[in-house]
Design a protein. Structure first.
Length: 107
């Protein structure tokens, strides 16, 4: 086999190797944001009444991120949680409760 044939065969073989696909179209980003929002809202249903999520438009390389806020169930106060969504497993995890004072930098 000539050198050119080997190069051509190598390039062809390399083109068959699967590579990860990253969300890059507007439609894919919209779908990711919708999933982050749904999973993060579901993760706080037992602790927050009528929660609202503010989703980071792109998150990090591995994670979707959101800030989820609402009225604490059984209390007359607003609480917030940081939600981390694993893009690979599609699982959401909630951090500890953040009070308004914590969010606004009160001592």
């Amino acid at each position: 086999m000539s050198k050119q044939s080997r190069i051509a065969a190598t390039l062809f073989a390399a083109s068959l190797v699967p590579v990860p696909v990253f969300a890059s179209s507007d439609k894919a980003w919209d779908a990711l944001r919708a999933d982050v929002q749904a999973q993060c809202l579901a993760a706080v249903t037992e602790t927050v009444e009528s929660p609202k999520a503010v989703v980071d438009p792109f998150g990090s390389e591995r994670f979707g991120l959101a800030l989820v806020s609402g009225k604490a169930k059984g209390a007359d106060r607003t609480v917030s949680y940081i939600c981390v969504y694993d893009k690979q497993t599609k699982a959401a995890e909630i951090g500890s409760e953040l009070t308004p004072d914590m969010l606004h930098g009160a001592p």
